[in-house]
Design a protein around this ligand. Structure first.
Ligand code: HEC
Ligand code: HEC
Length: 217
């Protein structure tokens, strides 16, 4: 019993140090990424590169593996997904992927200004369905494998809803999180519904992001 009492905090410390170690190692790997996604992971609309700051490590890691394995970014018409897939393939192995994901998950940047347009009332009603998985404040829920949507690049979120609907994303083999989301995207009636729900998501104030690598620009 006494042994357990000593071991539990020790194990927690070892896990914490392992995470910190992976994040530190991923910093160098992120140098390539920041040429498009920005040094704070703030995103760059001109390069179509979305904000990464605010996403959790498990989601980031899964997306990188999806890109490099062809579950994402492989559809003929998905030019931007293909561009990112090329980048994901430069990561040498699973350890390199975990490290860069661990580092990116420590980034924090002011949230993107919302893209104007969309009807907030209709968007709020539509969002009640999304909240079940993405959380009431669109903060994401790692237990359900859902990413944060609040404060993320609204133009990118719109493109992803279109990608799910077009079958560019969420149709690959063994992509059950993607398949779950594709099913939800198909329930949105039309382009106006997509814009309305994104407008509402962008009206939700994002929760304060981790301050570790907080960065102003
Ligand atoms: C040449 C520019 C470029 C570089 C360099 C680049 N990316 Fe990307 N990345 C993109 C684009 C464009 C997208 C959007 C793809 C889409 O629309 O499906 C993207 C999407 C992503 C996503 C998906 C985000 C989400 O919310 O699902 C992740 C994760 C990501 N990039 C991580 C990285 C990492 C890590 C690196 C470095 C190893 C990197 N990127 C390097 C252009 C780039
Ligand atoms: C049944 C659970 C579930 C519901 C309900 C749901 N989602 Fe998702 N969503 C997911 C999962 C899981 C993912 C991650 C997919 C992946 O890993 O590729 C996701 C991903 C997304 C993405 C991609 C984000 C990114 O960074 O690339 C967007 C955008 C999105 N959801 C919007 C919505 C909207 C809007 C609604 C409501 C209309 C909604 N979701 C409802 C499960 C859900």
């Amino acid at each position: 019993m006494r042994m357990l009492r000593v071991m539990a905090p020790l194990l927690a410390l070892v896990t914490q140090l392992a995470h910190a170690g992976a994040a530190a190692a991923g910093r160098t790997g992120f140098l390539l990424c920041q040429s498009c996604h920005g040094s704070c992971g703030q995103g760059n609309r001109e390069l179509n590169a979305p904000r990464l700051a605010g996403l959790d490590a498990a989601y980031l890691e899964r997306q990188l593996l999806d890109f490099s394995s062809g579950r994402r970014g492989a559809a003929a018409a998905d030019v931007l997904g293909a561009q990112m897939a090329q980048m994901a393939k430069t990561l040498s192995d699973k350890a390199a992927v975990s490290q860069v994901a661990a580092y990116a998950a420590t980034l924090s940047a002011p949230s993107e200004p919302a893209t104007p347009g969309g009807d907030l009332t209709s968007g709020k009603a539509l969002f009640s369905m999304c909240a079940a998985c993405h959380g009431p404040a669109a903060e994401g829920n790692p237990a359900l494998q859902t990413p944060r949507l609040a404060g993320m690049s609204s133009w990118y979120l719109l493109r992803q809803l279109e990608a799910f609907r077009a079958g560019w994303r969420g149709v690959g083999p063994a992509d059950s999180p993607g398949a779950r989301m594709r099913m939800m995207a198909m329930t949105l009636a039309d382009g106006a519904a997509l814009r309305d729900v994104i407008a509402y998501i962008n009206s939700i104030a994002p929760r304060a992001a981790p301050a570790e690598n907080a960065c102003r620009f």
